[in-house]
Design a protein around this ligand. Structure first.
Ligand code: GLA
Length: 729
């Protein structure tokens, strides 16, 4: 890793182990051009790639066609209103109502390590682990400073980017758009991957050719959402899991975002990723700054798999924090699908007793323990234990659970208020709404106005008081509706456009405080399943509930899409009862265990009621989790087959970093009657090492297993799963 500035050529070169990123300053106006991003190269004197000579009208030599120049220059950060008609990266509005701006390079700073982004989640690294470049650019007329921040990492092929805007002028200015990364490239016949879906169908992989115009993903829901994901990848047509060029972009943020690609007139491609400008208008008073969140850029010439492994390593090492960052998580049992709202202390203890005897390590009490919450129509915001359900209170229940040798966890939905709640009756103005207009309900609830300090205080105090009242070691932080009816009585008219972003900052502040006061707490984020599974939330919680769809077969596609970016250790996954509550499908208990094993692993069922033969399998599954979790949490992930593509077999593999062991999971979705077995080529092993394959005789070289493959019998029946464990001998 290195970052250098070549004074004479006015070129910056950023290197990671296998990639290079080049920026060039051009013309008397000091435009910041983008020269190159991709596989590592040796040279830096490459400003010819900006093709300045091809434009007859470079502004400094001939000002007749500045528009043509700006509309074709590959740039690091496009500005609004002066002639670059492609998607812009920054837009402002002056008090006079004008929107044009132009940036020129002023100075730069290169230093070891990486800055903390105040109030925002971001990746981190020491001076030995990463190096940062800050490029200060200025609009001289507005006196607006824009600092482009780049960090190159040593152990991963990652460049992170973010932007800080400072108003050096004497009057306020409105920021109406601020993107975190803008990347211009020539089209190379790219495909685009985005992750899309809906509730219970999150992050399905969509691959399509890039066409003219703007395409990609975005959210206007105030959260990342089930429907879209703050991620996109551009990849060459030949790219698959193992080969081809892939550019991955991920946004470390949990609110409205855009992640789009535009193919413009000359078949040049611009990718932008950042805060969605939808309803965004930030008042930047003179002398103040705005810090945009961080975008992560990964380049891999080893296909999608190479991109994935870079993201996994980056997040495991440089994003996840806290006690559980590198630790096995307790196997939990959650009572949501077991009881829904119909539970009490006795019922929970009954489940806990049975669960403890089977080796399960933590009981999580889900929705319904507070206020009058006996269904999902009321009581959000009233965070007082319902002693009718829990006689003796929380402390009694938790102590009893602890006495069984289990940890205890609890569910909250802190950002919300029910229409029918004491909190709403006392503080109707705490709910987000436009004055004079009845706000839209969703699940009979409103979103609390997290832009207000008093609301933040109330939420923090109610959650932390419960946590202080008993030995609670886990929190599931839920969020069950998207934002709408954006209005805050706490902000003046000229700051209403700040609400969406301030809301997200409020969530971050709350979780930051919580994890500081309770450093041993295991936090799991959740949003109606997986609507807030994003790297922003991962900074606060090392795991996130992946989806309300717990069916093992539906989960294959959801987990494949999620694992394309996020380490398996972050994916909340449970074994649930059958017929599955979401889809009505019946799958073998074993298969459900194998699918959940690729995540945090736990149970979501009434263990006292499931069939005895399923219950009898739990101790085996507990053993399986403890045998394989270290490997699954820390190893390299390879995708061997995708049932979303072949409709029959789903298969993934984890290889330990030292290549001494590997675990393959195969789920046969549909049986193929004509085919008794298939050859499966293993990946990622050391060709010259010798391995044993559990359940077979003899030893094999890594090369044999990888190039010739192992023979996989096709079991009779659908939804059959198996594990294949490979070990160096
Ligand atoms: C959301 C979560 C579920 C459960 C319910 C409770 O849907 O995703 O796991 O906690 O809320 O209301």
């Amino acid at each position: 890793m290195d970052i250098k500035f070549y004074e004479q050529e006015k070129v910056f070169k950023l290197d990671t182990n296998n990639t290079s990123y080049l920026i060039g300053i051009v013309d008397d106006e000091n435009y910041i051009g983008h020269i190159y991003y991709g596989k590592k190269i040796d040279d830096y004197d490459l400003k010819y790639l900006l093709r300045i000579k091809e434009y007859p009208f470079v502004p400094s030599t001939h000002n007749r066609e500045k528009v043509a120049f700006l509309d074709s220059l590959p740039t690091e950060f496009s500005t609004h209103g002066i002639g670059d008609y492609r998607d812009d990266a920054i837009a402002i509005e002056t008090l006079g109502g004008h929107t044009a701006m132009q940036l020129g390079y002023v100075s730069h700073n290169i230093y070891g390590g990486k800055p903390v982004l105040e109030g925002l989640p971001s990746t981190f690294g020491t001076e030995e682990e990463c190096i940062t470049l800050e490029v200060l650019c200025k609009d001289k007329i507005l006196n607006l400073n824009v600092t482009l921040i780049y960090t190159a990492f040593k152990d991963v092929d990652v460049i992170t980017r973010s932007v800080r805007v400072t108003n050096e002028g004497s009057e306020a200015i409105y920021l109406t758009k601020i993107i975190s990364a803008c990347l211009d490239m020539d089209n190379n016949d790219y495909d685009l991957i985005t992750l899309n879906g809906a509730w219970a169908r999150e992050r399905h992989i969509q691959r399509r050719p890039v066409g003219f115009g703007i395409q990609g993903a975005s959210s206007m829901r105030g959260e990342s959402g089930h429907q879209n994901h703050p991620f996109l990848a551009l990849l060459t047509k030949n790219a698959d899991q193992d080969k081809g060029e892939v550019y991955g972009f991920n946004f470390i943020y949990s609110g409205n975002f855009v992640a789009t690609v535009e193919m413009a007139q000359y078949e040049n491609i611009r990718t932008v990723i950042g805060i969605n400008p939808y309803d965004f208008k930030w008042k930047l008073e003179a002398g103040t700054s705005f810090q945009a969140p961080e975008a992560v850029l990964v380049y891999s010439d080893e296909g999608i798999g190479g991109m994935t492994r870079n993201f996994h390593d980056l997040y495991r090492k440089h994003l996840l924090r806290g006690e559980y960052k590198n630790k096995r998580r307790p196997i939990l049992i959650n009572n949501w699908e077991a009881t829904y709202f119909d539970f009490n202390t006795d019922k929970l203890l009954g489940i806990a007793k049975e669960a403890a005897s089977l080796g399960i390590e933590m009981l999580v009490m889900d929705d319904g323990w507070f206020g009058t919450r006996n269904d999902d129509n009321c009581a959000l915001g009233d965070w007082v234990v319902n002693e009718d359900k829990l006689p003796g209170g929380l402390k009694y229940l938790v102590d009893e659970v602890n006495r069984l040798g289990m940890k205890f966890g609890i569910w909250f939905e802190p950002e919300m208020v029910s229409l029918n709640s004491d909190l709403y009756r006392a503080h109707p103005d705490w709910a987000m709404a436009v004055p004079g207009r009845t706000a839209s309900l969703s699940r009979n609830q409103y979103v609390l106005d997290l832009t207000r300090k008093d609301v933040i205080e109330y939420i923090y105090e109610s959650v932390s008081a419960i946590l202080r009242s008993a030995n609670i070691e886990y929190v599931k932080w839920d969020m069950n509706r998207a934002l709408s009816d954006i209005g805050s009585v706490g902000l003046p008219a000229d700051r209403q456009g700040e609400i969406y972003h301030r809301y997200v900052l409020g969530v971050y502040e709350l979780q930051d405080r919580l994890t500081k006061e309770f450093p041993h707490l295991l936090l799991e984020n959740c949003s109606g399943g997986g609507a807030r599974f994003d790297p922003g939330m991962l900074y606060y919680s090392p795991q996130i509930w992946c989806s309300d769809d717990t069916d093992a077969i539906e989960r294959l596609e959801i987990q494949e899409g999620t694992a394309m970016i996020y380490p398996l250790s972050t994916m909340g996954a449970h074994v649930s009862d059958c017929p599955n509550h979401a889809v009505g499908r019946v799958t073998p208990f074993k298969t459900r265990g194998y699918v959940a094993l690729a995540g945090t692993f736990g149970y979501e069922l009434d263990v006292t009621k499931i069939p005895a033969e399923d219950r009898a399998m739990i101790p085996e599954q507990v053993k399986m989790y403890h045998k394989y979790n270290d490997l699954i949490r820390t190893g390299d992930y390879y995708r061997l087959a995708s049932s979303a593509q072949n409709h029959r077999l789903d298969c993934w593999q984890i290889v330990s970093k030292d290549k001494t062991e590997s675990l393959i999971t195969c789920i046969q979705v549909l049986h193929n009657v004509n085919c008794k077995s298939r050859k499966l080529r293993v990946k990622g092993l050391e060709p010259t090492k010798r391995y044993t394959v559990e359940g077979t005789d003899g030893t094999f070289s890594g090369s044999t297993l990888m190039y010739s493959g192992i023979l996989l019998e096709n079991p009779w029946g659908d939804f059959k799963g198996r594990l294949i464990y490979i070990r160096e001998c």
